[in-house]
Ligand binder design. Structure first.
Ligand code: ATP
Length: 467
């Protein structure tokens, strides 16, 4: 039977085993740890310690390296998987440090050199406890990630939150009828994906779904792009062109950023909505189309209509069935499942094995305000998967998140490295944000300030998740 001496602390159920051939050391450590509230057992060598492991487990083991009968290294090897739930801290006297390092390679958690002060023991223990608690949190989180009740789906969208479940329900219902839908929500909340979902779930599902960004096409081209033109209608029109309404006939035309539709075209759109008639540029005859319209805006269309920047009659016609997508910050319940969803997408795309995300990293993601919404989260996970060197995404990969002052200034990012590419990107973000702030969010004027085209500004805003 192994020699065992137990000291039981009052309020701590953490079990520690001290293995040392020196009786003084055993007494000193068991008094120290016992006073600190731990349950402590002791044994005089590796063999006796192994016997104790037959009947019980320990959270931590302080193990001497040099012992006459079965030394620390031999004990580690013999105990093997019985130490799976135990952090072993080796105690190395002068001349055994190399062995201690070797022991760490074999699975010991840490080592401490003799002679040591009592504080050093308590500190080593605290460090090990912190690591253990993190490991536990990680395990719990992974478990949660794996067990998350299958997130609800709508088309290619997933969500957990009640607000999004309600949106999905509404989406499923309106999909069945050919009514016009207006999807509102900040940039990156998933408006286009929602529109696709509605299209796919309805009876037009097998027909074309054509997205068009009303803010991305210059005003003089937009009319012919949407309604088509006749050969010779204007310089460069060297053949008849069908236009997107006709191309989407039988299916759905998704008019994104409808708030940017020029006034001149708003009246024409109203006509299509009212009597399904389009008139290609350069013709006098109208054509009937069978195109479902789903529109989206990140702007307050009602306010725009009030200010006279959007036709009221068109607003009411579009707003028959509004669907609002809440910003991600208001539905943080969706973050964990979206993170898992994007990890799976990008680990497959980049052929990397990512098993999960650390609790600290997840907590950073939960605290961030996500001004670029789901698109920003997707970009952040994509980047993390690309850069990850370990199978678990850790917090370093998300440095800078949750600290909006750094994010806004962007200058830290520029100063942080030498890469011209990331420096340029960071600078672009700063300047775009500055220009938008300067113009009160007016993208046309911001593009002018930045001396780039409007579509190019929109595409950069999309890339950087600036909403
Ligand atoms: N609920 C969701 N589940 C999975 N992916 C999502 C979800 N919501 C958004 N995404 C993803 O986020 C990105 C942005 O979505 P989407 O383009 O639909 O947003 P948007 O609101 O139309 O943005 P914008 O107004 O800037 O055009 C896309 O890559 C999309 O796949």
């Amino acid at each position: 039977m192994a020699a065992m001496n137990s000291v039981h602390g009052n309020d701590n159920h953490t079990k520690i085993l001290v293995v040392d051939d020196e009786a003084n050391m055993r007494h000193m450590l068991s008094a120290l740890l016992g006073d600190a509230g731990y349950c402590v057992d002791t044994s005089a060598d590796g063999r006796a310690a192994l016997e104790l492991l037959e009947t019980g487990t320990y959270d931590y083991i302080f193990c001497d390296i040099r012992m006459p009968s079965m030394d620390g290294m031999a004990f580690l090897e013999a105990a093997g998987s019985r130490l799976a739930e135990t952090s072993v801290i080796m105690m190395s006297a002068y001349g055994t440090i190399d062995t201690a390092v070797e022991a760490m390679k074999k699975g010991a958690y840490d080592y401490i050199s003799k002679p040591f002060k009592p504080d050093e023991i308590l500190l080593a223990l605290k460090k090990a406890e912190e690591r253990e608690s993190l490991k536990r949190e990680n395990r719990a989180l992974k478990f949660r990630l794996e067990r998350i009740a299958q997130p609800r789906q709508f088309g290619e969208m997933i969500a957990e939150s009640r607000s999004m479940q309600a949106v999905f329900e509404l989406g499923k219902r309106v999909a069945q009828y050919d009514i016009t839908v207006l999807i509102t929500g900040q940039s990156g909340t998933g408006k286009e994906l929602m529109a696709r979902g509605i299209h796919t779930a309805g009876k037009r599902g097998g027909q074309p779904f054509i997205p068009v960004n009303c803010a991305g096409i210059p005003e003089n081209l937009l009319e012919s792009e949407l309604f088509g033109h006749k050969k010779g209608a204007f310089t460069g029109a060297d053949r008849d062109y069908k236009g997107l309404f006709e191309a989407a006939s039988g299916g759905t035309l998704f008019l994104d950023e409808i708030g940017d539709l020029p006034m001149s075209l708003q009246v024409k759109l109203l006509r299509v909505l009212q009597d399904s008639q389009i008139r290609p540029v350069g013709t006098t005859r109208s054509k009937t189309v069978d195109t479902r319209i789903v529109a989206a805006t990140s702007k307050d269309l009602a306010a725009q209509a009030e200010q006279g920047n959007f036709r009221e009659d068109l607003f009411y016609r579009l707003n028959v069935m509004p669907i609002h997508l809440p910003p991600l910050v208001e539905r943080s319940e969706d973050i964990a499942s979206l993170v898992q969803f994007f990890i799976e997408r990008y680990q497959a795309r980049f052929e990397k094995k990512i098993t999960g995300i650390s609790a600290r990293a997840m907590s950073l993601l939960m605290q961030h305000s996500w001004p670029g919404n789901v698109r920003e989260l997707e970009n952040v996970i994509e980047r993390a998967v690309v850069l990850a060197e370990e199978p678990e995404l850790d917090e370093d990969l998300f440095a800078g998140l949750g600290r909006p002052e750094n994010k806004n200034s962007g200058l830290d990012a520029i100063a942080a490295g030498f890469s011209l590419k990331s420096g340029r990107q960071a600078l672009e973000q700063v300047l775009i944000q500055k220009a938008l702030a300067e113009t009160g969010g007016n993208r046309t004027r911001a593009a002018r300030l930045l001396e780039i085209s409007h579509p190019s500004l929109l595409s950069k805003m999309k890339t950087y998740g600036i909403g």
